[in-house]
Design a protein around this ligand. Sequence first.
Ligand SMILES: Nc1ncnc2c1ncn2[C@@H]1O[C@H](COP(=O)(O)OP(=O)(O)O)[C@@H](O)[C@H]1O
Ligand SMILES: [Mg+2]
Length: 269
Amino acid sequence: MDRVIFKLENVDFEYEGDIIGVSNINLEIEKGDTVAILGPNGSGKSTLLKILDGLYPPKKGKLYAFDEEISQKRLRDKAFNKFFRRNIALLFQDADVQLFCPTVEDEIAFGLRQLGLSQKVIEEKVERVMSSLNIQALRGRYPYSLSGGEKKKVAIASILSLDSEVYLLDEPTANLDPQTEGILIDQVLSLQEQGKTLIIATQDMLLAEHVAYHVLLMDQNKKAIAFGSKESIFSNLDLFYKLGLLHGHQAIHEFTQSYIHSHRTLQAS
Ligand SMILES: Nc1ncnc2c1ncn2[C@@H]1O[C@H](COP(=O)(O)OP(=O)(O)O)[C@@H](O)[C@H]1O
Ligand SMILES: [Mg+2]
């Protein structure tokens, strides 16, 4: 596989009624990168992830993935579709969209069954991922009846065990309690060690600060206004305030600053 996983050239997407989803996106994402997509509500983060996942065909422009142009026609090819699905896993922002099986255990096993793994391997993987996310107690539950955060954990578990090449995570920490957020960060770090490519849409600055190598900033006009190393993008905090990505309230601002400072000091030591 080539160095570049995704390439977008002048990509536009519109929803019905001429509602702009994303506008003129140009972007190249390399294998093994972790990109945080940051932007205010409605800036096109989720839309962009769905474009990368092949769910939304660009209205204009071109999408390339794994050295191929991704068109609807290409995705209708059975073998290519299988390859594409095998290599890209999407965590939806809304866990309800992701969950449809009668029990949590089935939900996590579903994707693994699709991969044609043996029953024994599936059971082992399901146990492992349930224990890493601390959700064994939910195994027999009907996913639809879970709390928002529990649903999110199950949705995360159902994609983590897939061993995909690319993980598209849409607001993975939204709804999670702090301890579970820590577990998620550990999982992300472990995917990074395995050389996986991660693209994470998030409002969670602390998650971005922890795990991203590159940051993509989106604005109200659904445009990608900056892409660069985390350090270079985070050095322009004024831009974050302008986009409404940092809390204007002084107390929270001070907390964020001191947190980021202590985290950097911790990393450096
Ligand atoms: N299903 C949809 N139908 C119509 N418009 C949509 C739909 N989903 C999103 N949009 C619009 O597309 C734009 C981008 O939305 P989205 O990608 O969900 O933003 P974000 O994830 O950054 O909050 C917004 O203006 C939103 O209102
Ligand atoms: Mg979104």
